[in-house]
Design a protein around this ligand. Structure first.
Ligand code: ADP
Ligand code: ZN
Length: 517
């Protein structure tokens, strides 16, 4: 019998492979370099653990989180696989013992941190050992285009230099095409075979709902899903505690979770949620790493996530068991200010900031898109969705009707022109709806013909129109940190009445909200 099947059954207890696993394992066993992009829960670990057992010798796994390494090692040992980790939490004595065991060939899989992996003494240890495979987990950390850049990952190239004959497998759950290329280049992979699994989570439903006065709507949703477990993500630690308290007062079973809580409390809340003793966890993004609760039925965001990668990863915690899951985002454009604040506070050089702003911009685009949310998410990850509509997002649930938006578009373009092509969508929408915003008054824009000329629609509806116009090329957005709307050739054709402008008919805002209620 083929070695890989017997190993699969004997050590892992599985009778079949998950999608892509077998091809990846075969390619690694053939000695090729591999870049594997698979959604969280897709079964990435097996893609190097199984070859490690077939190869014999030593497989080195670079992994960024000590806590996760420990879990992996414990899991492998429980299955009778000799595994170990070398990291900064070990004492000198322990480390010496592990080194000896490695040199004796008694460790099959060794987990190390990226910092450790490049240290000269460690590399020379590996040179004396029998290294057969190198796996780089969370490989997107190598790229500035990834959402979790770790400079020390950049130095991992040395592994390929020192062990040119050893195959390398790089694994990640999130990699836009630019990141994939970066991974291959930075790790100096030789002619790598790429496997990109689908990011489509068919059982999840995506909704974006206006955030204004959201609490009663949140309560209504929770009341309709009384037995469901779910995560509610908030931006600040304080907000998680306040929300948990407010929900408790309404009779819901809810607890907060954030990095500021004492370790014991945090662990207790996490376990209560995992066990099902508490239904709702109100958490910051600190919650989730290493959570393996299969029956999370909803993931709700009360604040705007900083980028699509984070949003995809966080919502990905719903419906791991394959049963339906709801992903609801309460959206206000005002939240962009908070993200801007965080980006500025986190510092970094100009390039890093620029990347962060672009990512935040894509998050706004997701919220404001007139099209299918799923299609948008998948396109972001470089995957095309074959249908125009998925049928399981707020944009697809009701028929999108197109109307002749020439008048609407002309109003937008006129407003852009009258305000001097110096402002973004929010400002333009404010002028159109006659907002009392002091900036508008200071600029004298309350005296323009455009001011208040768009009274027939709400500000949010104007934002949607503008978004769609940008998408369809009727006006141009400059992008960058403070995107500005400017006219282009097509804008002039619209004003001259030369081309029609089909736009998606706005829905009453109550309808969007009502669907969550
Ligand atoms: P990832 O690292 O891609 O998030 P994991 O390697 O943690 O995924 O695997 C996700 C889950 O799938 C784990 O619970 C694992 O035990 C399970 N799994 C992996 N391979 C198989 C398989 N061939 N058959 C059944 N379950 C599998
Ligand atoms: Zn859809």
């Amino acid at each position: 019998m083929n070695a890989k099947y017997s190993v699969l059954e004997k050590y892992f207890g599985y009778t079949s492979f998950l999608p892509h696993q077998e091809e990846i394992v075969d390619t690694v066993l053939a000695g090729r370099d591999v870049l594997a992009v698979m959604a969280t829960g897709g079964g990435k670990s097996l893609c190097y653990q199984l070859p490690a057992l077939v190869f014999g010798g030593l497989t080195v796994v670079v992994s960024p989180l000590i806590a996760l390494m420990k879990d992996q090692v414990d899991g492998l040992r429980a299955n009778g696989i000799p595994a170990a980790t070398i990291n900064s939490s070990l004492g000198r004595g322990e480390q010496k013992i592990i080194e000896r065991v490695i040199l004796e060939g008694r460790i099959r899989i060794l987990y190390v941190s990226p910092e450790r992996a490049v240290q000269p003494f460690f590399l020379s240890l590996l040179e004396r050992a029998d290294v057969r495979l190198i796996a780089i987990d969370e490989a997107h950390c190598i790229s500035m285009w990834g959402h979790n850049f770790r400079p020390e990952y950049r130095r991992l190239q040395v592994l390929k230099e020192r062990f040119p004959a050893v195959p390398v497998i790089a694994l990640t759950a999130t990699a836009i095409p630019a990141v994939q290329n970066d991974i291959a280049v930075q790790l100096a992979l030789k002619n790598p075979v790429r496997f990109v699994g689908s990011f489509n989570r068919k059982n999840l439903t995506y909704r974006v709902v206006p955030k204004a006065r959201y609490f009663p709507r949140l309560v209504a949703y929770l009341a309709e899903h009384p037995n469901d477990a779910g995560i509610i993500y908030c931006f600040s630690q304080k907000a998680t505690e306040e929300l948990a308290k407010k929900l408790q007062d309404k009779g819901f079973s809810a607890l907060p979770y954030h990095a500021g809580l004492p370790d014991a409390v945090r662990a207790e809340h996490q376990e209560a949620f995992s066990r099902g003793d508490v239904a709702i966890i109100c958490a910051t993004v600190a919650f989730g790493m290493g959570i393996d609760k299969p029956d999370v039925r909803f993931v709700i965001h009360t604040d705007l996530p900083k980028d699509i990668e984070s949003y995809y990863q966080e919502t990905g915690r719903a419906g791991r068991d394959g049963e339906p899951g709801d992903c609801i985002l309460f959206y206000s454009r005002g939240d962009y200010g908070t993200i801007r604040y965080v980006i500025e506070k986190e510092g970094g050089d100009a390039v890093q900031k620029d990347v962060a702003y672009r990512k935040a911009g894509a998050m706004l685009d997701y919220c404001e898109t007139a099209g299918c949310r799923r299609k948008f998410l998948l396109a972001y990850f470089g995957e095309s969705y074959p249908e125009e509509r998925c049928g399981a997002c707020d944009r697809c649930e009701t028929e999108i009707r197109v109307f002749d938006g020439t008048e609407v578009a002309s109003a937008v373009i006129a407003c852009i022109r009258e305000t001097g092509e110096r402002f973004g969508a929010s400002y333009v929408a404010d002028v159109l709806t006659g907002s009392k915003n002091t900036r508008i008054r200071e600029n004298g824009h309350d005296r323009l013909p455009a001011y208040g000329s768009g009274g027939g629609y709400t500000r949010d509806q104007w934002l949607l129109f503008i978004q769609e116009m940008v998408g369809k090329g009727f006006v141009t957005s400059t992008g960058g940190r403070y995107p500005v709307l400017v006219q282009n050739d097509r804008s002039r054709e619209v004003l001259a009445g030369e081309i029609p402008v089909p736009l998606a008919e706005p829905r009453p805002e109550g309808v969007v909200a009502a669907r969550v209620e």
